[in-house]
Ligand binder design. Structure first.
Ligand code: HEC
Length: 258
């Protein structure tokens, strides 16, 4: 733009090289910005920063991922990854537990032994009088069918236990017992009180014993009848005492992952 150097036409506050049109434009722009600021002050509707949008988006994304992963961010499980529940820690009634059939039957048998301990003592030593011991007794550790017949039918009359003669008292049959219960109590007494037969009486074998007992007419056993008719093993395949079973069903299951 042509610019006069005439001093009378000179504005005192303008430098000679000031571009008036540009300066005016700047002035207008500043005015608009100030007007915006004022509006914001009046209404509080300040435009939100792009960073706040981005920050919120990240929070939502991470939060969504956490919820999607089942809240694993806040995991209070005290066990480390790969932790396996101890095998014999719980009762048969507190959910399925897997372990060797020997352990499962011993646990059951221990509970059922409360039926017997009043007479035979909690350590299987007998009552010191007419109730004989189960510890170190041939009737307990010997043939399974004989032991099953004693438990299911009871005993009466003279009987020699661990070299000592008994007969002044009577034991009534302890049934009815289920096959699982009979397997448990038999396995328990055969492997407790210092008895170490080391095998298990399976529920299948116990069921065979119950069948024999049911087909027999008569009440208490005598030691003669026991020895004459029942000095044998029970029908049914023996099972490895280490076979893993479900503690509740006593059915074999896959071995727990090591
Ligand atoms: C009321 C007392 C009583 C209860 C309960 C009882 N018994 Fe007996 N038991 C006896 C008596 C008494 C004899 C000996 C009977 C005789 O002299 O003929 C005996 C004998 C036995 C015998 C053969 C002898 C020996 O000591 O080895 C076995 C085995 C046996 N009982 C196991 C059991 C089991 C297992 C239970 C629980 C399921 C049980 N008894 C519950 C009183 C009892």
């Amino acid at each position: 733009m042509a610019h006069s150097k005439d001093s009378t036409n000179q504005r005192p506050d303008l430098e000679e090289n000031t571009n008036v049109v540009e300066a005016h434009a700047t002035l207008l722009a500043d005015g608009a910005a100030q007007a915006r600021e004022r509006r914001i002050e009046e209404t509080g509707m300040e435009p939100v920063s792009l960073w706040i949008f981005l920050g919120s988006a990240i929070v939502l994304l991470v939060g969504g991922a956490v919820v999607g992963a089942g809240g694993k961010l806040f995991n209070y499980d005290p066990h480390s990854a790969g932790y396996i529940r101890p095998e014999y820690a719980s009762d048969a009634d507190s959910g399925p537990t897997i372990g060797p059939i020997m352990e499962a039957l011993m646990k059951r048998g221990k509970n059922i032994y409360t039926k017997c301990s009043g007479c035979h003592g909690s350590s299987g030593a007998g009552d010191g009088a007419n109730r004989p011991p189960l510890a170190n007794s041939e009737w307990v550790t010997g043939s399974p069918e004989r032991l099953a017949m004693i438990i299911l039918n009871g005993v009466k009359g003279p009987i020699i236990v661990d070299g000592k003669s008994y007969g002044a008292d009577v034991m009534d049959g302890q049934g009815p017992l289920t096959a699982d219960e009979l397997a448990g109590i038999m396995t328990y007494v055969r492997n407790s009180f210092g008895n170490e037969v080391g095998d298990v009486v399976t529920p299948e074998q116990a069921a065979a014993a119950i069948k024999i007992s049911n087909s027999r007419a008569g009440a208490h056993m005598s030691s003669d009848e026991l020895n004459a008719n029942h000095d044998k093993a029970l029908e049914g395949d023996p099972i490895d005492p280490g076979t893993p079973v479900d503690f509740e069903t006593l059915q074999p299951v896959e071995a727990p992952a090591e």
